[in-house]
Design a protein around this ligand. Sequence first.
Ligand code: SF4
Length: 886
Amino acid sequence: MTQTVETTCPYCGVGCGVLATVDADINAGGKVSISGNPQHPANLGRLCSKGSALGETVDLDGRLLHPEIHGERASWDEALDHVAHGFKQVIEQHGPDAVAFYVSGQLLTEDYYVANKLIKGYIGTANIDTNSRLCMSSSVVGHKRAFGADTVPCSYEDLERAKLIVLVGSNTAWCHPVLYQRIVQAKKDNPDLLIAVIDPRQTATCDLADIHLPIRSGSDATLFNGLLAYLAHDGEINQAYVAQYVEGFEQALSAAQDSSGDLDDVALRCGIELDTLKNFYRLFARTERVITVYSQGINQSSSGSDKVNAIINCHLATGRIGRPGMGPFSFTGQPNAMGGREVGGLANMLAAHMDIENADHRQLVQTFWDSPTLADKPGRKAVDMFNAIADGKIKALWVMATNPVVSMPDADAIKAALKQCELVVVSDCIRNTDTAQLAHVKLPATGWAEKDGTVTNSERRISRQRAFLPAAGEAKGDWWIICQVAKRMGYNGFDYQHPFEIFNEHAALSAYENEGQRDFNIGALGKRDLASYNALQPIQWPVTPERPNGSARMFSDGRYFTPSQKARMLAITPRTPVNAPNNDFPLILNSGRIRDQWHTMTRTGKAARLSEHSPEPYIAIHPEDAARFRIREDQLVSVFSRWGEMIGRARFDQGLRRGDVFAPMHWNEQFASCGRVGAVVNPETDPYSGQPELKHTPVRIAPFDSAWHGFILSRRKLHLHGIRYWARATGNGFYRYELAGDQKENDLPAWVRSYLCSSDNDVKWVELLDKGAHTYRGVRMTGARLESCIFIAPDHALPPRNWLASLFEKEALTQDEKRALLTGKPPAGEIDTGRIVCACFNVGENTILDAIDKHGLKTADEIGKCLNAGTNCGSCVPELKALLQR
Ligand code: SF4
């Protein structure tokens, strides 16, 4: 029976509503189709390429289906007892601070709530931190310092009501694509809307920019301090607002004036043209309805908290906050980073936005929980937590729904720390992640399609995530696993039968002794039964008896959550990044997301259409820097830092500043032999937020010294041990492997067979070997069906992959196609569609160029009308425009 369920996308902090339709029993070949929910206020029916491909990621391939202890299958009872006993033993011998939880913005709020309750309220340590530490903890500090609480003031609808949108450190087009599309639409509807992009890179987001400030990496606080000084100089301070609602103005202004100098100085230090700076300052000064969106480019810095406050200062000084179309707006990276903040999932927070260092708050939470103890000091933040594991101070770690061996900075040190940790527990829905491979105990958690609970997006909107598939194998909800371990450790207070009971408790705690002095209050959402929990519609907190329909905007009354109820401006002295480039490491590595992948690719890596845009780890480099380091386009290169090495394909990018390189954060050892950018990234952190400096690592770059190159397309997944460089991507009906080795093989046919298996009886090999030139081309066929093909050459001048890839969709090749196989080129009359540009509609570069040529297309809209390309998520529109120019 076909059923459609309203749920929420599990990827980014936009929090799009999704309609998931299952057309039949999934175990009997049923399919899941996905569309955007037109009723959901976050996306109004839109989805990006990742969200659209969700249906392709819910199969059981790679899933962890039952508990394991030391790699052996175990029952739930055995595994839960093992974990509970292991944690108890460490606590008894070494105290509660010897254990830790490392959790995730992928957890639902209910999961997060019980994890935090267990460790802080029962075990008695605050050693719980989340991968959201890597994403937005600097914003939390900025909010708390300025507003007295971790409050996001704005709503997405403010994007449509603004006159100027400033996007700082945010490649919105790729990282928050549906919000980018809302901005595109807003600009179409209101041509007066202006967009300023502040980013060292000229990203896809700049396609929409009226003004782009390609500032020097790390100079954001200088830019916004300079803006504050400019606003004061030009009489643009809202004196009445400042007098009534703000404290710290004089000190903040004085620090800004002292540190920024004149406009020439600011432009020089930011590395931009004076005119560009002046234009931006004028624009900001003269526009009342201005919204400043910031994201990881601000947060992921050793001075991220100060950068956040430098931005907020400008809004407070102008009174541009708490009204429609204005305010500082942090876009969160993960789907439930905000929910994690609500329950206190960070080591320095307490539940319901309370402070662990506030004795009254501790008393309140402990009384409400009726718990035996409560952690009385902050726990270890992420980088510190893994250092403590390496030092042997933390001896038992439970990792929930995240992959720190890939995502943490200095990731090889994280791997080494976990290898020598006494007890590593991983609960995850995927069996083999880089982190799960180091676990003593693996606990199978439900995946996105099976989970039931709530999440909160960047605009404080709580939405239901509803299960639409049965749990895979023996998988269980994270909340259930945590509560079972808690009970086996002997703790009361975890006797929940369903997530709605946890949600009710979470809501009740938020309202407990809260007379408006705490921002987070969803008391009016509580006291739900299962039916009303299931029916819960998206709503923005706070939700109180006075505001039963939620709150679109905060601080409209000028009342903040500080003791004086005034907002605080902070005196900011800009700091340069701790690790500066030098002779050994002359370039600055910036790391981040790409358009079609999510985190460590455990889900998006399964979808063929998401793999085609970037099938390998890559290093973007300015062509002039490439020439300086003798690097050719598409060549494999090694990137080295003091901390480690990665290998990726060189991509030339004119949009980078000279001296900067960029590498995606997603690749890991399941998808590439040496593609983890985390291994290279420096572990320096912000002193207030503990957020690592993921966007500024001194590196050097050099051609990868390879003796040969090659690729394999294979219907079967292969184990390519012993090959120095390999990267796997998922195709339609096949896997694509890009290869390179540092040693030539003497007997190429035998070596190829060792990977592609020569023992299948009905498989026929066709081969072409030139031993002297060290080239080899081979195909394996079953009748007229292509099983695999492999091409090896001394350099990377190999045939394009797209036409060969398309043959895996056919059950039988024609004679012409068979004859053409070893050339790697289509026979006359067949088209190679080329590299995929539009992932939503699977449209290739050659198809687009052909259509431009044939039909005389002149705009991206015309390409859309002709081929559909760019008409769904719109993320490829900048690439369509580049193809039009070509
Ligand atoms: Fe998911 Fe894309 Fe929406 Fe983010 S923008 S929530 S990834 S559909």
